[in-house]
Design a protein around this ligand. Structure first.
Ligand code: HEM
Length: 459
């Protein structure tokens, strides 16, 4: 049954937001988790760009299509807050993270943090990443049905210990495992149905995990403050904005915990999606491998990675097909409007890049893997400024976008040099959308070593 979100003020030109009421308490959460795209399509077909639904006892608007997404993400009249929006989902575990800050505070932190993501810093990051990736890939044992996603998740988390942390010199392997588990508990807690610290629940494990992470980073802070090294942790301790502002100890701990989360699952699902499609499209795998072999090195520089044009097309297409962050959360801090619809203060907004990426209006045959659509002669992503928005838009656009690009390409480059793999062309990844999407079967691929290939000897 159609309901409206709220009656617009008398004499206003605004329309009421139409939508549906869901199961009391839970709302439409289960429908979203089952198949977010189907739910969004239903809303688009019935109501259009802006509609309402409920989730976890809160009123949400579903913001669909590039025009509506652009309006909310650009947030020209500052009516939508990030902190209030995201806090509802991840606040207790990732508070203080850049994405959860607003207005002047956000600007101050972003100005400092962007110094950590300059091209020259990324060049050093790539240099440190290459041997670390190689060492971790040495442990892979190829087989039929190799669980690529599961292995990649371990790889990227181990890589984060090196690249983000600069190692953990005082910690035993067992202690590191506790920290990794604490991190995973924080991520999983965000989607807990029970949202109170009841013993045995995801929520409680997440709160305990947050404490473990805080203690861990606090322990290493003095060492990272005392000496500047190239890892992100040490960099955050030493950078300052052009105006000379720096982060406090507490702020560094909050940012590190958030950055781990922002970087980890997003990059992992991107690489795993690339492995899937490259496994299903051998001509693209061969094309990417030929470019990787042509580089003649397993330890590419930033500029080398930029030269991997086909890999770039594949990465963009995979970010379109499976958006690592399918929806972005916001909350209206005062009465406002979106595309002529009245949105009262307090309403949560779910802005959906994932839906835009599958709209046939912008992407011909949207379900088809077709990396060439990003090539210069086609540039389907140019049809609308927000047609391709896996990294969001506006002042909160992903700060780690280029970092993610080099990490993903550096890993897939080494995979292409070492292995070849096959995935059944009919395979459809059973994506779990409980939090960020991931293949619940661990994504099986038939993985083989390429060691017999004479070209491999060259690198
Ligand atoms: C493929 C990988 C990635 C994807 C798809 C991705 C996506 C996103 C998106 C959509 C946002 C905007 C959220 C919003 O508007 O509410 C965001 C924000 C952010 N991301 Fe990423 N991200 C990725 C990797 C990374 C990495 C590797 C890092 C850091 C090393 C990072 C750091 C951040 C930060 C700091 C923000 C907050 C920016 C702000 O609020 O000003 N991300 N990311």
């Amino acid at each position: 049954m159609t309901r409206i979100l709220a009656a617009p003020p008398a004499h206003s030109h605004l329309r009421p937001v139409p939508g549906r009421s869901g199961i009391p308490g839970i709302g439409h959460v289960l429908e979203y988790i089952r198949d977010p795209l189907a739910m969004m399509q239903k809303h688009w077909d019935r109501y259009g760009e802006v509609s309402c639904f409920s989730a976890a006892g809160r009123r949400w608007i579903s913001v669909l299509g590039p025009d509506a997404c652009q309006e909310v993400l650009q947030n020209k009249d500052r009516a939508f807050a990030n902190g209030d929006g995201w806090s509802a989902l991840i606040g207790p575990f990732f508070h203080g993270g850049l994405m959860l800050l607003d207005s002047e505070e956000h600007l101050r932190h972003r100005r400092i943090m962007q110094q950590a993501f300059t091209r020259s810093r990324l060049e050093k990051t790539v240099g440190a990443m290459n041997p670390s990736i190689a060492q971790k890939l040495d442990r892979w044992v190829p087989s039929d049905g190799f669980r690529a996603y599961t292995a990649l998740k371990t790889l990227t988390l181990d890589l984060a210990t090196d690249i983000f942390m600069g190692g953990a010199e005082d910690s035993t392997p067992a202690e590191i495992e506790v920290v990794k588990k604490a991190f995973i508990d924080c991520v999983q807690a965000a989607t807990s149905i029970v949202r109170y610290p009841v013993p045995g629940t995801r929520w409680k494990r997440g709160l305990d995990g947050r404490r473990v992470l805080e203690n861990f980073f606090r322990h290493y802070l003095p060492a990272r403050r005392s000496r500047e090294t190239d890892d992100l942790f040490s960099v955050l301790c030493h950078i300052e904005s052009e105006a000379g502002q720096r982060f406090s100890d507490d702020e560094i701990v909050d940012h590190m915990i958030f950055l781990l989360m922002a970087a980890h699952d997003t990059s992992t699902i991107t690489i795993s999606t690339m492995m899937q499609y490259l496994g299903q499209h051998p001509q693209w795998q061969d094309r990417c491998r030929a470019e990787s072999l042509a580089l003649g090195t397993a330890a590419p520089s930033h500029a080398d990675l930029d030269a991997l044009g086909s890999l770039d097309l594949v990465m963009k297409e995979c970010l379109r097909l499976v958006s690592p962050v399918p929806v972005l959360a916001r909350r209206a801090v005062r009465d406002t409007e979106v595309r002529g619809y009245f949105v009262p203060a307090g309403t949560y907004a779910s802005v959906a890049p994932h839906f835009t990426h599958h709209m046939a209006e912008y992407w011909p045959e949207p379900e088809r893997f077709d990396p060439e659509r990003f090539a210069e002669h086609r540039r389907e992503d140019k049809v609308h400024r927000y047609a391709w928005e896996p990294f969001g838009g506006g002042v909160h656009k992903c700060l780690g976008m280029h970092f993610a690009g080099v990490e993903v390409k550096a890993i897939v480059h080494q995979l292409l040099l070492r292995f070849e793999w096959h995935v059944d062309p009919g395979y459809v990844a059973p994506l779990d959308f409980t939090s960020l999407p991931f293949p619940s079967d661990g994504q099986p691929v038939d993985l083989r070593l390429r060691s017999t290939d004479p070209d491999r000897q060259a690198v």
